[in-house]
Each structure stands twice: as C-alpha cells, then as structure tokens.
Ligand binder design. Structure first.
Ligand code: ADP
Ligand code: MG
Length: 312
C-alpha cells in the first residue's frame, strides 16, 4: 500500500444547484464539473471519499409527491435513498469523464454506496423536529398534513427531526474500498437515518446533517483531511455585516467561542464548524471549509477557513 493521504470532500447542495437556478439536470451536470474536475486531479495524490448534500433534490421529490394522487406517497427514508442513487450516478458519471480526460480513468475505480447512518431513538431531536424540508403550504393545507409544520416567511413547511449521527453502518466497507484506491461516493444527504432494533436496523423519518455525518465517517475510516465545499469562501465572523471578516486559520477553542457568540447559525455554518471541530478534536489532521471553486487552493493552504487543533 502506498502512503497517500485520505481526503474526504463534502459537497454542498450548491455543487449541483446554485442559488437562483431552477435545477434542471443540465444545470446540475454543468455545476458538478467545477468540484469534480478538481477532485479528479487530486485523485492522483490522495485516496478520496466524496459525500454530498441532497436538500434541493429531496425537496423536489417531496413536491412531486404532493402533486400526484395516483401513487402512494413514499416515506422520507425512501426519498433519501432515491437521492443517493440519483446524485451518486451524477457524480460518478461526471468523475468518469473528468478522469478519462486526464487519462487516469483506468486506474481509478469508482463506486457509490447507499449508506445508512445510525441515530439514537432517544435523541432529543425527535421530541423537537426543527429542520424544515420540502414545499411551502398555505395554512389551511398545513393544518391537514399528517406531520408537524412550521410557519416561515413564504408559508408553512414540514419539519423533521435532525438527530446526531452515531455511526456509519458501511464504515468498514468504505475503508476497504479506499484502501483499494476506489473513489467512494457515500453518505449522501447525511445518510439514511436508521435505529438499531436488536440485530436489525429500521429507517426513521428524519434527516441527518451531511456535515456532521461526514465528520463521523471521516473519523471512523481514518481520513487525514476533511474538506467541506460550499458556496461561500469559508466561515466569517459578523457574516453579512459591513464588518464581516472571513477566517483563515482558527483554533478549535476560538471557533467554539465564535459559535457561542452566534456567528454561525444553525442549519448552515454551525454544522460545518461543529463538524470541523469534532474532526480535529477526534484526532484528524486537517479540517477546512472552502468554496466549491477553491478546493485545490484550500488544500494548498491558500483559501478557505482551516480549523486548527488547540495548542496542547
Ligand atoms: P451547503 O449546502 O453547502 O451545506 P449551507 O447553505 O448549508 O450550504 O451553508 C452555507 C451558507 O452558510 C452560505 O451560503 C452562507 O450564506 C451561510 N452562512 C451563515 N453564516 C455564515 C458565516 N458566519 N460565514 C459564512 N457563511 C455563513
Ligand atoms: Mg447545509
């Protein structure tokens, strides 16, 4: 076995659908080229795992279900599985053509895995569903829905629990595959949430944050570098204000102070910072948050926010 480092790249939903786009398949394939071209180049020097979000895709599936009375509605776990297949296929085929263009296609087998992530049935998140998903409804309809909803600016939206990821069911398979130099695409949409029932697993109606699931996976398979790619240059303090300042290197303890001071909101920058901190505190070497365009630059230390270990 060679001594290449293991790199996990977590792609945000915006790697496929950018803000303001409708999200046609053509748009999604085109957007994917930006991160995937970089990942293809990096695959000569690193063993690679790719994880990805699925917010807009699962939202569209939910909306399609609402538009059709003729077929039975599918539970969320099934929709998450569908998006893993759909996005896995899109990433794989884009990667395949980029590797072919580099001429390294023959040495790089690819695989997308349907992935399950174990959550705790006693996770307090189940008593307090907080993650809005899917279409917006007017109040009259929201009242008739078979699940809880929350009032937002554009209308009512279904809310689901977002429990913490405990362990990735396929961690050993993923580890073996990257050791064989496969590029592995997994944990799409944070994984299909399951709870243990004796020796078996059963799916639950919930969504797991993809950044937190990726950090778990990274620690469980011994990743060296954990990189979160999104639609901003990194993590900023005073984000959106005139005094906004993007952080370059930030100690984990300093990041947790900024977190406590409210600089990183839940559902967007908070899980990324928490994921990076968890990885670094769990013994990972490097953790960074950067833009989809600057994956290689961030690895080279020239872009993004790197969360650093506290001095011991
Ligand atoms: P992804 O799909 O990649 O997970 P998210 O939308 O969940 O992306 O998170 C990225 C978003 O976080 C950015 O588009 C930005 O608007 C928002 N954000 C909120 N607070 C901050 C902050 N302090 N620094 C940078 N971005 C922030
Ligand atoms: Mg996100």
């Amino acid at each position: 076995m060679d001594n290449k480092e293991n790199l996990l790249v977590a792609l945000g939903g915006n790697a496929l659908i950018r803000k303001g786009q409708v999200g046609t398949i053509e748009e999604q394939f085109e957007n994917l080229q930006t991160p995937i071209r970089q990942i293809a180049r990096l695959s000569s020097n690193y063993r690679i795992i790719i994880t990805h979000g699925n917010g807009p895709q699962v939202g569209n599936l939910l909306l399609q279900q609402e538009c059709c009375e003729n077929v039975p509605r599918l539970p969320l776990e099934i929709l998450v599985a569908q998006t893993q297949g759909q996005i896995g296929y899109m990433i794989e085929s884009t990667l395949d053509s980029e590797l072919m263009a580099l001429g390294t296609h023959d040495q790089k087998p690819l695989v997308s895995l349907i992935s399950y992530v174990v959550v705790d049935e006693n996770d307090p998140a189940f008593n307090n569903p907080s993650k809005p998903i899917g279409p917006f409804f007017p109040q009259e309809i929201a009242k008739t829905l078979p699940y809880p909803s929350v009032k937002l600016e554009k209308g009512y939206r279904r809310v689901v629990a977002s429990p913490r990821p405990i362990t990735i069911v396929e961690k050993n398979e993923i580890k073996n595959l990257i050791e064989m130099d496969f590029i592995v695409i997994c944990c799409g949409g944070g994984g299909i949430p399951v709870i243990r029932e004796g020796r078996a697993f059963s799916g639950v109606d919930a969504v797991i944050d993809k950044d937190l699931a990726s950090a778990r996976l990274a620690l469980e398979v011994g990743v060296d570098i954990f990189l979160i790619a999104t639609d901003v240059a990194g993590a900023a303090v005073n984000y959106g204000e005139p005094s906004q300042r993007f952080l370059r290197g930030v100690r984990a303890s300093e990041a947790s102070e900024y977190l406590a001071a409210g600089h990183f909101p839940p559902g967007s920058m908070q899980p990324k910072i928490e994921a990076a901190m968890e990885f670094i505190r769990g013994g990972g070497k490097r953790a960074m948050i950067t833009s989809i365009e600057a994956i290689e630059e961030a690895l080279a230390g020239r872009a993004g926010t790197e969360v650093l270990a506290d001095e011991g």
